[in-house]
Design a protein. Structure first.
Length: 243
């Protein structure tokens, strides 16, 4: 009785701990990349302009222009790249679909051979392949996963990628310009808010990776701070030369 209860407890614990996060969605990568890119690029752009000793109005216009241009550019780039990738995958699926229609026996044998190569007995592999091949759509899904490494029912959406990228970039790019919009005339409030945002973004990303929150946050903070420092120095240099 105790053994049965222990096994039941183990099975329940396994079910509770054997869940995985969605790693195939089309929103996470563009959202994370967009927020990071918006923060770093607009912060670097604005520190470069401030280093050139320009007016407060010029700094604000530069920040807003960088936000708008970057957000639209990111959205367009993500939409185009994801759409092109999806179209390529769909073209390959059409090829596989035609092969299943024209040469079903060959495709079934190919699937059986694949299972055999993974250690399944030959007779069982042929029977499994035969049963799985009775449904054309199921056969297509299995061949796509085994041969192409994709799930036909879980292709990324270009629109989701574009919207995620646009929104996250705009939000990230807004942080360094927000203090100037609220009347700040010095650079340090923008730096402080942007650095908090960089650390926060890195910490949030750590929730879907294996890194600790503080390591991921500090890594992003250091990278963003380095970019801002370099562009500020270049802005100061160019401002002196041009002036």
């Amino acid at each position: 009785m105790a053994i049965i209860e222990t096994e039941a407890t183990l099975h329940e614990a396994h079910r509770d701990n054997h869940t995985h996060r969605d790693v195939n969605g089309g929103w996470l990568r563009p959202a994370v990349f967009g927020a990071m890119d918006g923060l770093v690029s607009n912060l670097a752009l604005m520190t470069g302009v401030v280093g050139g000793a320009v007016s407060h109005q010029t700094v604000v216009i530069t920040g807003l222009a960088g936000l708008a241009a970057g957000a639209f550019s990111m959205a367009a780039g993500e939409y185009t790249s994801v759409a092109s990738q999806r179209e390529l995958v769909e073209a390959e699926l059409d090829v596989e679909r035609r092969e299943l229609r024209k040469h079903p026996e060959d495709e079934e044998s190919e699937l059986a051979s694949l299972y055999e190569s993974r250690g399944v007995e030959a007779a069982l592999a042929r029977e499994v392949a035969r049963q799985l091949s009775r449904d054309p759509e199921q056969a297509l899904e299995i061949h796509a996963r085994e041969e192409l490494g994709i799930d036909p029912g879980d292709l990324p959406s270009p629109l989701v990628a574009a919207v995620s990228s646009f929104g996250s970039f705009a939000l990230g790019a807004l942080l360094p310009v927000l203090p100037f919009l609220l009347g700040a005339t010095a650079l340090w409030p923008a730096l402080l808010l942007a650095f908090v945002g960089l650390f926060g973004c890195g910490a949030v990303v750590a929730r879907v990776t294996a890194r600790t929150w503080w390591f991921s946050g500090l890594r992003q903070l250091v990278l963003g701070g380095a970019a801002a420092g370099v562009t500020y120095a270049l802005g100061t240099l160019f401002g002196t030369v041009v002036g």
